[in-house]
Design a protein around this ligand. Structure first.
Ligand code: SAM
Ligand code: DTB
Ligand code: SF4
Length: 329
């Protein structure tokens, strides 16, 4: 019988899980994963940066912050037609979730937001799960996105509340939590995770996992990003994230949040197929696919197809739970 999903994890319990011998941790995470999920299935999401660069925030990892010279191509909001064309291509390549990202501090109630609502409607009509990541949202903006058919909203906590001000000073952890709350109230699913390699300690990682796994509801998806160190940002010289740290983080997230989609997110171009296989073994069941994340490179659809064949993985269908529910009725 499946155990209940827990939301009362203590920091000490998480420390004990996280600090186990690595292979023991992977074994336990793999066991939880088998119990709750189809381990052959991996959700394939495609990202598109619909508004690039020029952001007023100072997130010290981010190539899109206006205050750092990172050499990215700054771009105003894309046209709906071009976005839908890209979404269709992603769908044809086997992607079932399409996530649109904008380099905004927060959403404003203006024409641009109306255009984004239009894009959400359009991608929804293609039969894909639509996700957005647009910065901070009010309750009414979250509701408007929900009404347009938004399936998920990505808003990361990135690190622990204690370490947050070392990385970002232009907003607070509480601002982040408030937006997450607004997303929940609007009935949109939550995609919320973090980045490792920011210079945080293991304790910070454990605390972030504690915040995520003790929320009133677990985020439906939890992206775990490895820092992509970008020239021109304050973190440009940070050392490369150790694959074992990535595996440890994914495995712990899987045990704490058995049913959430744990996404092996940024950093895959630096990982071998063998290393990614370990992450899937440890409970990762989602990836971003397509040549680009938002502004940085990512493995191609073709490379991922070869990896899926090799590992016997298959892309998860869109809206699967709803489909099964309809069949049962
Ligand atoms: N502006 C919105 C926001 O901050 O929520 C949406 C876009 S923002 C680029 C989305 C997420 O990308 C960030 O929260 C962060 O976790 C991740 N990210 C940004 N730059 C990254 C990098 N260099 N390496 C890894 N993850 C990164
Ligand atoms: C998430 O957790 N990772 C994605 C998505 N959510 C929006 C973004 C990763 C961005 C990596 C840097 C870039 O490509 O600009
Ligand atoms: Fe980058 Fe988002 Fe921070 Fe802006 S708010 S600098 S886009 S992570």
């Amino acid at each position: 019988m499946q155990q209940e999903i827990r939301r009362d994890w203590a920091i000490k319990e998480i420390q004990d899980l996280y600090n186990q011998p690595l292979l023991e941790l992977v074994y336990r995470a793999a066991t939880v994963h088998r119990k709750y999920n189809d381990t052959a299935e991996v959700q394939v999401c495609t990202l598109l940066s619909i508004k690039t660069g020029g952001c007023s925030e100072d997130c010290s990892y981010c190539p899109q912050a206006a205050r750092y010279s990172t050499g990215i191509d700054v771009h105003a909001l894309m046209k709906k037609e071009a976005v839908l064309e890209y979404a269709q291509k992603a769908k044809d390549a086997g992607s079932t979730r399409f996530c649109m990202g904008a380099a905004w501090r927060q959403v404003r109630d203006n024409k641009d937001f109306d255009h984004v609502l239009d894009m959400v409607r359009g991608v929804n009509e293609l039969g894909m799960e639509v996700c957005c990541t647009l910065g901070m949202l009010t309750e009414s903006q979250a509701q408007k996105l929900a009404d347009a058919g938004l399936y998920a909203y990505n808003h990361n906590l990135d690190t622990s509340s204690e370490y947050y001000s070392e990385i970002i000073t232009t907003r607070t952890y509480n601002d982040r939590l408030e937006t997450l709350d607004n997303v929940r109230k609007a009935g949109v699913t939550v995609c919320c995770g973090g980045i490792i390699g920011l210079g945080e300690t293991h304790e910070d990682r454990i605390k972030m996992l504690h915040t995520l796994s003790t929320m009133p509801e677990h985020p439906e998806s939890v992206p775990i990003n490895a820092l992509v160190a970008i020239k021109g940002t304050p973190l440009e010289n940070n050392p490369k994230v150790d694959i074992w740290d990535m595996v440890r983080m994914i495995a712990t997230a899987r045990i704490l949040m058995p049913k959430s989609m744990v996404r092996l997110s940024a950093g895959r171009t630096d990982m071998s197929v063998a290393e990614q296989a370990l992450c899937f073994m440890a409970g990762a069941n989602s990836i971003f696919a397509g040549e680009k994340l938002l502004t940085t490179p990512n493995p191609s659809f073709e490379e991922d197809h070869v990896m899926f064949q090799l590992l016997g993985l298959k892309p998860r269908e869109a809206f699967k739970e709803e489909k099964v529910a309809e069949e049962v009725l």
